[in-house]
Write a new protein. Structure first.
Length: 124
């Protein structure tokens, strides 16, 4: 049960964090100037966006959940199962960021999920 909960936290918090950071970056815009002063201004703009902080917090939770899971479970199980974040990311992109995803990408997501299912079945 604890491994299941940690894996859910890893996928949900990690993907949620990535979606929040993506939303923040869409608000901020692209980096066009890579000179040090321009990068500092960009970073200062980034830290004023609430989505950025929420995303960083969620990814931090996911990271520590990953460390916890790896402390008692094999990496050959944990890492493949966390690939479910690809599916969660695609669904989140559609629902949260209003992205359009091609059929080809959905097929890829399905293939990843099939691989995760094989890994999960090998556990039992």
């Amino acid at each position: 049960m604890r491994e299941f909960l940690l894996l859910v936290v890893i996928v949900v918090a990690g993907t949620g964090g990535e979606l929040c950071v993506t939303r923040a970056m869409k608000e901020i815009g692209e980096v066009h100037d890579f000179r040090p002063a321009a990068l500092v201004r960009f970073i200062l703009r980034a830290v004023t966006v609430r989505w950025m902080w929420l995303g960083i917090a969620m990814m931090t939770v996911a990271f520590f959940a990953l460390l916890a899971a790896l402390s008692f479970e094999n990496v050959s199980f944990v890492v493949p199962v966390t690939a479910l974040s690809y599916a969660a990311g695609a669904v989140g992109a559609v629902l949260f960021l209003r992205e359009r995803i091609s059929v080809q990408r959905w097929v890829g997501v399905f293939i990843v999920c099939a691989g995760v299912t094989i890994v999960l079945l090998s556990k039992h």
